[in-house]
Design a binder for this molecule. Structure first.
Ligand SMILES: NC(=O)c1ccc[n+]([C@@H]2O[C@H](COP(=O)([O-])OP(=O)(O)OC[C@H]3O[C@@H](n4cnc5c(N)ncnc54)[C@H](OP(=O)(O)O)[C@@H]3O)[C@@H](O)[C@H]2O)c1
Length: 230
């Protein structure tokens, strides 16, 4: 892989741990997209993936305190617990990050399959007030983006990584709580299926870093540009 911005040099998957590190608190969204903005092919993101995308995905998880994900993505992608490889675990220990990375599932209904794989690891479930949950996990009684972020900060989880899906990302972006978009652009156009964003306010972005990997995979990090008063 070659870093093209802000400087130019070769990078390894492990170099991405530092390249993708950022001081907290922050909320970043990490997605793999086609050139035309699709996020799934036949219902999952797997066909858009690549070795470089896996490296970016792992680098984002390596730096974060918690993964935040919509229940639709948990169901579509059969989410399991976050497992750090040895190099990532060593990086986290050296940089004061906890050994375990909880997954925060956001849901209006609280409906997760009782045998969902991710329930084998630490999970927090964010649901609106009044929704019954009987999954034996910690429950956060809000899905309003600003309250949810505050509730996670209060638990010491300040470096937040949203892994989707597009419905959740659109809500978070519209609420003004997203600081960064970390996108893998795959060299394909899909032409159908869910796209990165639903209707959302226009958001201006500033390029933080860009990595290229053959055959035409681009790993980009974009800062959300806040206007005065945001
Ligand atoms: N390419 C990528 O990087 C990537 C990443 C993630 C997902 N995907 C793809 O995206 C597709 C799923 O899209 P999606 O938009 O349905 O995913 P999603 O946002 O994960 O799921 C939607 C569901 O999540 C919950 N949810 C989302 N936003 C919420 C909010 N603001 N408040 C409360 N609950 C909220 C609701 O769950 P309940 O139904 O339980 O109420 C809602 O039905 C799948 O095909 C998946 O493969 C791709």
């Amino acid at each position: 892989m070659k870093l093209l911005h802000p400087t130019v040099h070769d990078v390894t998957a492990e170099d991405l741990f530092d390249l993708y590190d950022a001081p907290g608190p922050h909320l970043r969204a990490g997605f793999v997209v086609s050139v035309d903005g699709a996020v799934a092919v036949e219902g999952t993101s797997g066909p858009l993936g690549s070795a470089a995308d896996k490296a970016a995905f792992r680098a984002l998880r390596t730096g974060c305190d918690a993964v935040v994900v919509g229940a639709g993505t948990v169901r579509a992608e059969d989410y399991g617990p976050v497992q750090h490889r040895p190099a990532a675990a060593a990086w986290r220990a050296a940089h004061g990050r906890a050994a375990e990375t909880p997954i925060v599932v956001v849901s209006r209904t609280g409906q997760l399959p009782p045998d969902a794989r991710l329930l084998a690891g630490p999970v927090l479930l964010a649901v609106p007030e009044g929704v019954d949950v009987d999954l034996g996990v910690e429950v956060i009684r809000t899905t309003e983006p600003r309250s949810l972020v505050a509730a996670l900060h209060a638990r010491g989880l300040t470096r937040l990584l949203c892994e989707g899906g597009p419905s959740l990302l659109t809500s978070l972006l519209a609420a003004g709580v997203v600081d960064e978009l970390c996108l893998t652009t795959s060299p394909t156009a899909v032409g159908h299926g869910p796209h990165l964003l639903g209707p959302a306010p226009r958001t201006d972005l500033s390029l933080l870093s860009l990595v290229h990997d053959d055959p035409g995979v681009l790993l980009s990090r974009w800062a959300v540009v806040r206007s005065a008063g945001d």
